[in-house]
Design a protein around this ligand. Sequence first.
Ligand code: SF4
Length: 368
Amino acid sequence: MYLHVPFCTSRCDYCAFATWTDRHHLHDTYVDAVLAELAAAAARGALRPATSVFFGGGTPSLLGGRRLARLLDAVDRVEGAEVTVECNPETTTAELLDALVEAGVTRLSLGVQSMVPHVLRGLGRHHRPDQVRRAVDRLGAAGIERYSVDLIYGGFGEQDADWVATLDAVLALDPAPTHLSAYALTVEPGTPLWRDPARHPDDDVQARRYELADDLLAAAGLDWYEVSNWARPGHACRHNRTYWQQGDYLGVGCAAHSHRSGRRWWNVRHLDRYLEAVARGGTAVAGEERLGPDEAALEALQLALRTRDGVPDHAFPPDRLARLEDGGPLGPLVERHGRRLVLTRRGRLLCNVVAGDLLPRTLTISAG
Ligand code: SF4
């Protein structure tokens, strides 16, 4: 289950997520609406015990421990379910963490982005690196052993040395992160970053930063398991794996997406419209689509290709596979792991290009 929390203290320059900075008076109203949406789903028989719960946003930690606990209490979970809350360093207080542990949260995801002040400023982020260290001290004191760090590379003014300094600082945190996500900065239409081409990232610089990250993280015992995700053994994110394996998930809250057995649907994006819709009838579905078997099979291969599990070895036509395995001046883009083909590091940098070579006739097979 995914629960969307659409509140932030300020909007980062690159952000196009469904989040609001001027609706803090609606925190309780919003929690009540999400609870009403969950109750309506239960009444329809649409709820199953969750194997993972993910509070994303926005900035879920802004809701505070009491409201997050109210939401989590309403979610039926299997024994040992993974429960993750996204937190920003500046809102991760000891009180919040104690309340989250008490409520059953098992994992945090910290929005760090960079450990270098001028890079944070270039991204339009307002926290400081010392707030990250304090947040990690607090989560260690609260007994939270599993946590992930989110980073962004390619921000304006960032040099390779800044990126290495960020990775070194994150790897030196105590307790050390068990998981790390690193994303290339992307330019989303309509954002302040989009309106300022002088700050747009360079593809080749980002590729170099990716390779630097992969080297340092692997040396520290965090291995890649999806193009943008690294984890210590046994610490891959169960929730994200559900997405990548085309599992079923229910999303609640504004802008949340859901999937069950090939049907995908999504809630209205705007916070105010969401509140109105739930008040009217308990649901806020804005649209849906149903994937045909061919589309679903192709999407399964595209998702699997991004992971360390890779795709079956017949997923590419022989002539294209020969080209991918050779790779020309770039070197091999895929390599064989038994009967599977897995992206090499160069292949991860060109993942979308490699995915374009997936074989049309594999539309009739599954990614397994
Ligand atoms: S904290 Fe996250 S959701 Fe909020 S504005 Fe920044 S990037 Fe967007």
